[in-house]
Design a protein around this ligand. Sequence first.
Ligand SMILES: *Cc1c(COP(=O)(O)O)cnc(C)c1O
Length: 438
Amino acid sequence: MTPTVARPYQIARSEALFGDAQQHLPGGVNSPVRAFRGVEGTPVFIERGAGCRMWDVDGNEYVDYVGSWGPLIAGHAHPEVVEAVRRAAGRGTSYGAPTEAEVRLAAMVKEAVPSIELVRFVNSGTEATMSALRVARGVTGREMIVKFDGGYHGHADGLLVQAGSGPLTLGAPDSPGVPAAAAAQTLSLAFNDLPAVGAAFERHGGGIAAVIVEPVAGNMGVVPPATGFLEGLRQLCTRHGALLIFDEVMTGFRVARGGAQARYGVTPDITCLGKIVGGGLPVGAYGGRRDVMEYVAPLGPVYQAGTLSGNPLAMAAGIATLELIRRPGAYEQLEEVSSRLERGMARGAHEAGVAYSTNRVGSMLTGFFAGGPVTDYASARSADRRRYGRFFHAMLERGVYLAPSQFEAAFISLAHTPADIDYTVAAAGAAFRALVEA
Ligand SMILES: *Cc1c(COP(=O)(O)O)cnc(C)c1O
């Protein structure tokens, strides 16, 4: 059960590979947070994964709480997912023509998320949110978008305004290269601050096409919606003729099978999906009310297309994964194992006398090195990221792979057992103590 890690911990091959990688890839990576800049140090290069475990190129074994940043709710290399992809690959990897798998996955998505009457598959969460906003603007004939500070909706121009996740860690929420005109159409407000949204509608009501929100924020670390926040957004959007977009790229199939909208009982007009819906292959999706989605080409005038959209391998992985989470008891198991982790981590921090505040919704969890509750971007940013960095490395050396940034969620999968959690909690206890002894 104890992950096998070299003593003393060493990652010589990862270090060599990272040196090479920097000759070829910007920062050595294809997505910024992977470079470990949020925690300093060298990223470990992964060779393989199985269940909740990953192995790096130096042979170190880790209990993985990143899960490819959310998609792997069934764990790494689940045999049923692997077999589905293998079978699909044997029949050809892409046709650029309709397939039965697209219809099947679409029906499964609609069954799980009933507010979706029509759905369009794309290749990433970024594409999903970008396209959803285009539809919202096309439907309403308005241009402004309301988002929330610390909310991350992918890297489309108009959404890189006070964005969380990577931009938050790097301290560059407003990226060069984003046209001022694109950012000017985006109003970013404090998460959980309903009066601010009401005031924005009073001021700009006739110009706001949509409110886009992570219904459980996950990209500034996990921050649950305050009571009444999502309901209030729904009412304001309806009253002012704007569309409510739930970006459930992270929360979809994660905080409940029907996503946050099922968990909180609030129905958006458009839902964005990604991550789990692709079972670890590149998939995003956006869907919603039929009259809204009828604006999408070829039914309607809003153009959006994709050479590899609905890719047969990706559809196969999505179908296999959604089959696995449909099994009775799946979400009860996730809840039980996740609350065991939350309680254990909180206890470890408390016993070591470390200021630590946990936020958890289902199998998404962030422990903030903060003295008080974290309810929005401002309080998230008060967390001690240097301390998180030291904790992160102490965990890595003990064979636990957490996100290399304070402002990310830990994801628990169906492959994490109570014994894996107990090992993690024991490692965390030692890592918390090491923080105060140092
Ligand atoms: C990950 C994420 C995205 C972006 O998805 P990509 O597939 O990385 O483009 C968008 N929104 C949310 C809420 C996410 O967590």
